[in-house]
Design a protein around this ligand. Structure first.
Ligand SMILES: *[C@@H]1O[C@H](CO)[C@@H](O)[C@H](O)[C@H]1NC(C)=O
Ligand SMILES: *[C@@H]1O[C@H](CO)[C@@H](O)[C@H](O)[C@H]1NC(C)=O
Ligand SMILES: *[C@@H]1O[C@H](CO)[C@@H](O)[C@H](O)[C@H]1NC(C)=O
Ligand SMILES: *[C@@H]1O[C@H](CO)[C@@H](O)[C@H](O)[C@H]1NC(C)=O
Ligand SMILES: *[C@@H]1O[C@H](CO)[C@@H](O)[C@H](O)[C@H]1NC(C)=O
Ligand SMILES: *[C@@H]1O[C@H](CO)[C@@H](O)[C@H](O)[C@H]1NC(C)=O
Length: 450
């Protein structure tokens, strides 16, 4: 499978080099968010209410997935809006509104993309632009893959909003920052008629997979507490994490996704100075620069450095208990007053074989939701060899069809519904959304042995 990913990346490099040189010159002038005043939190941020729109613009570069501009993006806008960080301070985040041709302005899906990175420069508002894909540190294959996923919603004429849910500091795994950014992104969307044309009372769906599924889960769990006025028609979330506590993150050490450890620690530390201090004091000096590299690169570049590596070994042995204690403290602060009654109907989709998640853990989560009386459709995929990434692609049509019913105003089934998903091939209707070179690569990922 890995070589197919390289294929996607390599062909992207080819298509980028084919660009007209003037165009390439222009692309290089577009600064990343950390150096782009549009993203700056204004000094008077405290005068805005959560969800207020601060400013907006059209994206400064072409939206692109593997060199292809999604057919169903007719217009796009970036909106900077007021939100609240994990420590209750006012701050600002950016969302991207993708408007399809002939849009239904009364149907909106907030698509939380997995960022899994620890800098604002990996926010999808930037990594979905061709200019980011020109930069080897900031190129993001997961953003590009999720733009293909967005296309499956856009073709339904739904407006898709994509919040940079890690906020201005790239606060990966900081639940409160994430939940606030998503919910305030929806508030901003509801006030965006003058920019986007969206109606004032649209049906709203939430959607996300993997890091984006975790973000979606946080938002629905926090909604009643933070944004009780919002009506969410339904939330589809998949590839969830079964980690119950902070130290669980160390269980992926030396594995294929070990790069998530530095991203998660640094992301959480951006909201928790004590954790930042503990990381700094625990690192062995020879690993310092390497460990901090996710502060200026996205997951794709980090994966090349950290996959299968011994991340825990970068810390002094005797400091690990203290570091773990700070991690648990920060994590617990993020979970406080987080979970409340979930009002939105849920669609949970999960492969039984997922290296980032134990199916027993997800079964238990769903059971817990059911016991609390939430409405859950649990789609449990039991086809063998359906890895985390594969089900992220194969699970799309099921999620879209469930969301369609919610956005059409059909009532979700009451209580809990368990369904076994036996899908093992790419839906041809989904494949037909993309140019041949891209659908071929998707077929390649699905049929690979990993
Ligand atoms: C930030 O932008 C300025 C000009 O706007 C440029 O001179 C500088 O090199 C940029 N810095 C980075 C790190 O991109
Ligand atoms: C795939 O094809 C599309 C259009 O047919 C093109 O725009 C894009 O650059 C190609 N992508 C790659 C990675 O070759
Ligand atoms: C944390 O979760 C792991 C499983 O992910 C479990 O083995 C461990 O006992 C838990 N630790 C605490 C302190 O709850
Ligand atoms: C993205 O690229 C990294 C680094 O090459 C690779 O490990 C990962 O599997 C790729 N992921 C996807 C979804 O293409
Ligand atoms: C640190 O811990 C690792 C694994 O537990 C062990 O292999 C190594 O010898 C320890 N190093 C020191 C200096 O204690
Ligand atoms: C699953 O993967 C294993 C190892 O690659 C392979 O032997 C087996 O045939 C695969 N099963 C299916 C149903 O694809």
């Amino acid at each position: 499978m890995v070589h197919l990913y390289y294929w996607l990346v390599a062909s992207l490099a080819v298509s980028a080099s084919n660009l007209h040189s003037i165009n390439r010159h222009r692309l290089q002038l577009i600064p990343p968010p950390s150096n782009d005043s549009f993203y700056a939190v204004p000094g008077n941020i405290g005068t805005f209410a959560p969800g207020d729109i601060i400013k907006h613009r059209e994206p400064p570069s072409r939206i692109s997935a593997y060199g292809w501009t999604p057919t169903h993006v007719q217009k796009a806008y970036q909106i900077l809006y007021r939100t609240t960080d994990s420590r209750k301070n006012p701050t600002a985040a950016v969302l991207t509104a993708l408007i399809p041709p002939d849009a239904d302005y009364n149907k909106v899906v907030s698509l939380q993309m997995a960022e899994d990175s620890a800098t604002i420069d990996c926010g999808p508002s930037y990594t979905m632009l061709l200019s980011a894909q020109n930069n080897p540190l900031l190129i993001s294959n997961i953003t590009q893959l999720q733009l293909l996923v967005a296309e499956a919603a856009l073709v339904k004429k739904w407006i898709v909003i994509v919040p940079d849910h890690e906020g201005p500091k790239g606060s990966f795994t900081a639940s409160k920052m994430t939940g606030h950014a998503i919910l305030d992104g929806i508030r901003a969307t509801l006030q965006s008629h003058h920019v986007t044309g969206i109606g004032s009372n649209p049906k709203i769906g939430l959607w996300g997979y993997s890091g984006g599924g975790a973000a979606t889960q946080i938002a629905v769990e926090m909604q009643e507490h933070y944004a009780p006025e919002l009506e969410i028609a339904g939330a589809a979330m998949g590839g969830l994490s079964s980690l119950k506590n902070a130290s669980g993150i160390f269980s992926i050490n030396k594995g294929p996704s070990a790069a998530l450890i530095p991203s998660a620690l640094l992301g959480l530390a951006s909201q928790h100075p004590e954790l930042q201090k503990a990381i700094d004091q625990s690192l062995k000096p020879e690993f310092r620069e390497l460990f901090y590299s996710p502060l200026h690169q996205c997951l794709q570049a980090s994966s090349m450095l950290f996959s299968y590596q011994d991340i825990l070994g970068m810390f002094r042995n005797e400091s690990i208990p203290g570091l773990t204690a700070e991690l648990i403290k920060a994590w617990n602060e993020e979970s406080q007053d987080g979970a409340s009654k979930i009002k939105a109907p849920l669609y949970v989709y999960q492969s039984v074989v997922d290296h980032l998640s134990s199916i027993q853990g997800i079964d238990a989560l769903v059971r817990d939701y059911c016991n609390q009386g939430f409405n859950v459709h649990y789609e449990r995929a039991n086809s063998p060899n359906l890895s985390h990434v594969k089900y992220g692609i194969l699970g799309v049509p099921g999620a879209v069809s469930w969301l369609q019913d919610r956005l059409d105003g059909k009532e979700a089934s009451r209580g809990c519904l368990y369904h076994t998903d036996t899908t093992s091939t790419l839906d041809p209707n989904m494949a037909a959304l993309y140019p041949r070179n891209i659908s071929d690569a998707l077929y390649g990922i699905i049929s690979s042995s990993i």
